[in-house]
Write a protein that binds this ligand. Structure first.
Ligand SMILES: *[C@@H]1O[C@H](CO)[C@@H](O)[C@H](O)[C@H]1NC(C)=O
Ligand SMILES: *[C@@H]1O[C@H](CO)[C@@H](O)[C@H](O)[C@H]1NC(C)=O
Length: 140
């Protein structure tokens, strides 16, 4: 059955490609990549979690970045909270919810990106990695 080889190879390539592409692209839902960048001169600690994922505690040094990716829940509504410690200061806020996703959303890109800048006066979010953005919350 020499003639079946190309057909089998074709099926193999197609199915391998679809599995890889589903894993990479989140299938029908949107892939997000969120970065938290510290502009604070001392180490801060960030604890980020959603209902499904606990990303744990991470120390972010001055101009350090912590980033993660996730697939939006089917039908939307994914929420990630961030808990931040800076010396004796503390703050918590939603790093991803519908309100924040709307501020970061770009038309026609494969991966949506949100950039959080943690500054001495508070937490800024932007769709651009430019250090600017909108002040969402002050430190307590
Ligand atoms: C995360 O870090 C904070 C601040 O340093 C600390 O209070 C908390 O216990 C830590 N949580 C875990 C699970 O390590
Ligand atoms: C998110 O995107 C940044 C580039 O903007 C990249 O450096 C980082 O590795 C990505 N993070 C994840 C978890 O994919």
């Amino acid at each position: 059955m020499r003639s079946s080889t190309p057909y089998n190879l074709f099926i193999f390539v197609i199915s391998t490609f679809s599995i890889a592409s589903v894993a990479f692209s989140c299938g029908l839902t949107t892939k997000w990549n969120v970065s938290v960048i510290s502009a604070i001169g001392e180490d801060i600690v960030a604890h980020i979690k959603s209902g499904d994922d606990d990303l744990g505690n991470h120390t972010i040094p001055y101009v350090g970045i912590y980033s993660w990716s996730f697939c939006e829940n089917f039908g939307g509504g994914t929420v990630f909270y961030g808990y931040f410690w800076w010396g004796s200061k503390f703050q918590s806020l939603a790093l991803i919810d519908n309100n924040i996703e709307r501020r970061c959303y770009f038309d026609n890109v494969a991966t949506q990106r949100c950039y959080w800048f943690v500054k001495p006066d508070g937490f800024y979010v932007s769709r651009y990695p430019n250090g600017g953005g909108e002040l969402i919350k002050h430190w307590d």
